[in-house]
Design a protein around this ligand. Structure first.
Ligand code: GBH
Length: 485
């Protein structure tokens, strides 16, 4: 399956239309605009709340099989709670789903792509263990309402980014500042990880017990998995790379995919030891009961991988002086990004050779050719300057797809490739300064006209021909819909 992805807050706009509740991103951008690079917000964004038919048309223009989008929790449950359902919100997603199905496009639905109802944040958000019940209630309504037509559900997009207080897109980055969550004990990261995993498990078990037999779909989760390569062959650097992934995405893959269950073993031992030395009576990384381990083990029908880049990891080079205690201090490694790796416009993400292949191969080996994998996002940032001539994005996608072919040759159980993003959108704390779209949007234009970039034509050519032609150039920049789409 080939597709393209978006997320509700980044494209929909209509932030308070027709009964929608406030999300943490509405609150953050409205009360702390200085946190956003260009002081913008998603109030209108790509206006997809009104232009969803054009969005579907773009998916058809590129001959794609699937469209991955997210549901805004406060659009359908304004307070976050199930006693108050917003019919206009339900209608919007019904219309979008029906429009996709009309053209045989498979909807892939993310339940949580970062826009938590503000009212739940007021109760502590992901720091409150009750989030697992609130999410379960929300998930049941989503399955009940849309599951007759949606067969691919993703519970969470990128748990590490939600929980990591060091990350500017984290749910703990409020306009009042992160300090209220990052107190001296610095345990919220790991507390959030456990709460979120239980929330995921609840949703998965609800799907399994109450809906699967009737609806016949699948429920998975999506993690950002970038490549952590060892800087050298030394056993110290190998160990450092191991700690880097265990302390990042491993916190979420191990409890669900490993035979042992629970948080990654070596990392958990390290945090327990450090916690004891630091005077805690129990590890800052919470433990799972045997019952919880069993509950989470195998709680996914597929694994969604968001992949952007990779880094090299060292036990000695580039080490920072980290706050103690903190997750960075627990992981305790140095990161090296070779100068020769091309940097994207975000000045952080690089074109790291074979990172996608390495990640897919690592997952396959670690988890013994696990459940099916979908690449649920991969993308390259440009600025407004390059407009439709996004040659670097073209180069990036060709490289990723070469890796996909290699991964398939190596026997990786890969089912789909989904590009980030269908169109330019509100790039979280970078506002509209970074562009990830296959389609360009002029955000000064009230009509939010969508125009295909070069990468859209190249992607379409690959999808239609099932072949990566590295010399292909579009003859004209006019898009049409091919027969059958
Ligand atoms: C994805 O995250 C998101 O799922 C998607 O919504 C987003 O639009 C896309 O990336 C492009 O960024 O210095 O605090 O700005 C990918 C993981 C983690 C990559 C945060 C960029 C920036 C850190 N992202 N990182 S910050």
């Amino acid at each position: 399956m080939f597709g393209a992805a978006t997320a509700a807050y980044q494209i929909e706009g209509a932030w308070d239309a027709d009964g929608k509740g406030e999300s943490i991103w509405d609150r953050l951008t409205h009360t702390g605009p200085k946190i956003i690079e260009d002081k913008t917000n998603g109030d209108i964004a790509a206006d997809s709340y009104r232009k969803y038919k054009r969005d579907v048309e773009m998916v058809r223009e590129m001959s794609l099989d699937t469209y991955r989008f997210s549901i805004s929790w406060p659009r359908i449950l304004p307070t976050g709670m199930p006693n108050d359902i917003n019919p206009a919100g339900i209608a919007y997603y019904n219309n979008l789903i029906n429009e996709l199905l009309k053209y045989n496009i498979t909807p892939m639905v993310t339940l949580y792509h970062w826009d938590l109802p503000q009212k739940l944040q007021d109760l502590g958000g992901f720091a409150n263990p009750l989030i697992s019940d609130w999410f379960a209630d929300y998930a049941r309504i989503v399955f009940q309402t849309f599951g007759d037509r949606v067969k691919h559900f993703i519970t969470f997009n990128e748990p590490p980014q939600i929980c990591q207080t060091s990350d500017m897109m984290s749910s703990f980055n409020t306009s009042e500042g992160r300090e209220q969550f990052v107190n001296a004990t610095n345990i919220v990261n790991y507390l959030c990880a456990k709460n979120l995993l239980v929330a995921h498990g609840n949703a998965y078990r609800i799907y399994d017990k109450e809906f699967r037999a009737k609806q016949g779909g699948q429920c998975g989760f999506t993690i950002n998995i970038d490549w952590y390569g060892a800087h050298s062959n030394s056993s110290e650097d190998q160990k450092a790379a191991e700690m880097a992934w265990q302390g990042d995405w491993g916190l979420y893959t191990e409890p669900i995919l490993s035979a042992l269950g629970g948080f990654p073993k070596e990392f958990a031992e390290r945090v327990a030891k450090k916690s004891a030395e630091q005077g805690f009576t129990r590890s800052r990384l919470p433990e799972f009961t045997e019952e919880e381990k069993t509950f989470l083990r195998g709680s996914a029908d597929f694994l969604g991988v968001n992949h952007y880049s990779g880094v090299l990891v060292s036990a000695t080079v580039n080490k920072k002086h980290n706050h103690v205690p903190s997750k960075a201090d627990d992981v305790d490694v140095g990161i090296i990004i070779p100068k020769e790796w091309q940097r994207s416009a975000d000045n952080e993400t690089t074109l790291c050779p074979n990172s996608l292949y390495n990640v897919l191969y690592q997952l396959q080996s670690r988890y013994n050719n696990p459940i099916p994998i979908y690449i649920t996002e991969t993308g390259w940032a440009t600025t407004e300057e390059s407009k439709l001539d996004d040659d670097d994005r073209v180069k990036y996608y060709r490289a990723q797809l070469e890796d996909v072919l290699d991964a398939l040759d190596a026997g990786v159980n890969l089912k789909g490739f989904i590009a980030w993003s269908l169109m330019d959108n509100f790039e979280w704390i970078r506002g509209y300064t970074l562009r990830f779209g296959l389609y360009h949007i002029d955000f000064q234009d009230p009509a939010r006209t969508r125009t295909p970039k070069k990468s859209a034509f190249v992607y379409k050519h690959i999808v239609n021909n099932r072949y990566i032609d590295h010399t292909y150039q579009p003859e004209s920049m006019t898009m049409t819909i091919d027969p059958g789409h």
